[in-house]
Design a protein around this ligand. Structure first.
Ligand SMILES: C[S@@+](CC[C@H](N)C(=O)[O-])C[C@H]1O[C@@H](n2cnc3c(N)ncnc32)[C@H](O)[C@@H]1O
Length: 219
């Protein structure tokens, strides 16, 4: 992001909690398409449609909303679960977050390899987000500022959803998590999981239209 909060994301109404690094290279359309890699995404969907939950990567409009809601405090990292080809991560970087403050967890080996190429400074973890406590490097323990979950939890039974929620709570206690979804109502039965839920944002400019939800442990 350049001075005044204007980056390729357009005017954003948040103030980053710390200074963006000097000389951030604004990505071009070509960069954006290379990161999104729709063909890699489609191939992964053909192989694992339920695990992917979407045929195409999230739109810039949705990513912008996630960045706005998930900006971390100084010195803390963003933990992204189900990074896919990296469009949300790219939006954080385009807004001025140093890639060194990104922890990206992706179960698909090809996409994890793609993420390593695109975000050389980030911590890319090829693994299952249900195993988070065993996956997060020690240097990041206690330093996760926000958690963004792109894994299609709505397609899972309660007990499986619970495993993700427990894993997130273990590595980022008290932080809650953001989860984006195409559902009109909450994608998680939050009361049954002992959570509070708030819909923070919605965009019609995603295929299909999507909401960004914030979940926190109740009480
Ligand atoms: C809907 S896609 C979201 C991709 C990307 N965040 C975006 O917005 O375009 C869901 C992603 O979650 C990944 N995923 C599914 N289950 C996972 C798990 N248990 N652990 C880590 N990643 C997982 C899938 O491989 C896929 O890349």
């Amino acid at each position: 992001m350049n001075e005044g909060g204007q980056g390729i994301l357009g005017q954003v109404d948040f103030t980053p909690a710390d200074s963006p690094p000097q000389g951030v290279r604004q990505p071009t359309r070509q960069d954006a398409r290379r990161v999104a890699n729709p063909l890699l995404f489609l191939r992964a969907w053909l192989a694992h449609p339920l695990r992917m939950g979407s045929v195409i990567p999230s739109s810039e409009s949705l990513c912008r909303r996630v960045v706005r809601q998930g900006w971390p405090e100084p010195g803390r990292a963003v933990l992204e679960l189900g990074t896919g080809t990296g469009v949300v991560a790219r939006a954080f970087v385009a807004a001025g977050l140093s890639p060194e403050r990104l922890i990206l967890v992706e179960i698909d080996p090809q996409m994890a390899a793609h993420l390593r190429e695109e975000f050389p400074g980030a911590t890319v973890i090829e693994g299952d987000a249900r195993q988070l406590p065993a996956l997060i490097p020690e240097r990041w323990q206690g330093r996760i500022g926000s958690v963004v979950c792109g894994i299609p939890l709505v397609l899972l039974p309660d007990a499986e959803q619970r495993r993700f929620i427990d894993a997130i709570t273990a590595v980022a206690p008290g932080r809650g998590f953001l989860h984006y979804s195409y559902c009109v109502t909450s994608p998680l039965p939050y009361r049954r999981h002992g959570l509070t839920a708030r819909r923070e944002a919605w965009t019609p400019l995603n295929l299909p239209p999507a909401s960004v939800w914030r979940y926190q442990l109740a009480g």
